[in-house]
Design a protein around this ligand. Structure first.
Ligand SMILES: C[S@@+](CC[C@H](N)C(=O)[O-])C[C@H]1O[C@@H](n2cnc3c(N)ncnc32)[C@H](O)[C@@H]1O
Length: 228
């Protein structure tokens, strides 16, 4: 629940800070091999996935645990939002009775506390999936200089888990985001909700990190997973 608060708190800033997430959602949808009409989107946020869908849909259900995100998600006869936590198996029990033919998730599942459990639950739907998951190489240089362990799983760990439940293909994509100054870069980390609620550095350590960080660029790495 801690992370949900962080995202809600930053929902206000999210539009100006979600450049990478927008690119990720665009690529994820562009690379899908079918145009499903009944879609479940996990960690839907303000609707980046929904906004990329250009074909006619019958039923799109976006799930997110942050009310502030859901309130800005597009809604229509065919698009509904559901408040729910994908780490809670009860959510999947509730969704079992809905008709879906595809499961999508963009830039959200890296926050799962147990991605194995989530993918296991998803496999019970027996549906094709398209997922984009941020990996441990996100903020690689920053973590190295600060000497902290990445919060996120590495791509090989995610692949090992996904291979247990799905027949999928993978693509690993690196992104960089450039800032006008280091100040802007660190403001982004603070305001975009990407730090997962973690405040592990003291003020002094943060100052040292800002001084030693070599450039105005942040690195991201995303594993794209599509059913074959
Ligand atoms: C980086 S945003 C991505 C939103 C959207 N899918 C996009 O592509 O822009 C991650 C979203 O996942 C949601 N989220 C994180 N953990 C969650 C959980 N356990 N259950 C439901 N939603 C979660 C957050 O509230 C946030 O809206």
């Amino acid at each position: 629940m801690k992370i949900a608060k962080e995202f809600s708190k930053h929902a206000l800033y999210y539009d100006s800070y979600n450049t990478i997430q927008k690119k990720v959602a665009r690529k994820l949808i562009a690379d899908m091999k079918s145009k499903p009409k009944n879609i479940l989107d996990l960690g839907c946020g303000k609707g980046a996935v929904c906004n990329e869908i250009s074909w006619k849909i019958d039923n799109f259900v976006g799930v997110d645990f942050a009310e502030a995100m859901l309130s800005s998600h597009p809604k229509s006869d065919a698009i509904t939002c559901k408040r729910g936590n994908f780490d809670d198996t009860q959510l999947f029990e509730e969704l079992k009775n809905e008709k879906f033919d595809y499961i999508i998730s963009a830039s959200a599942l890296q926050w799962s506390v147990d991605i194995d459990k989530v993918l296991n639950s998803l496999s019970n739907f027996n549906l094709p999936i398209s997922l984009a998951i941020f990996t441990c190489n996100t903020f690689k240089t920053l973590h190295k200089i600060a000497n902290v362990q990445p919060l996120l799983l590495c791509s090989d760990d995610i692949k090992k888990i996904a291979d247990r439940y799905f027949k999928v293909k993978y693509e690993l994509v690196s992104y960089t985001l450039e800032f006008n100054s280091k100040h802007e870069l660190f403001q982004y980390i603070k305001k975009s909700g990407v730090s997962g609620s973690r405040k592990i550095l003291s003020y002094k350590q943060t100052r040292k990190l800002i001084n030693e960080y070599p450039h105005n660029v942040l690195e991201f790495e995303v594993l794209f997973i599509h059913s074959v």
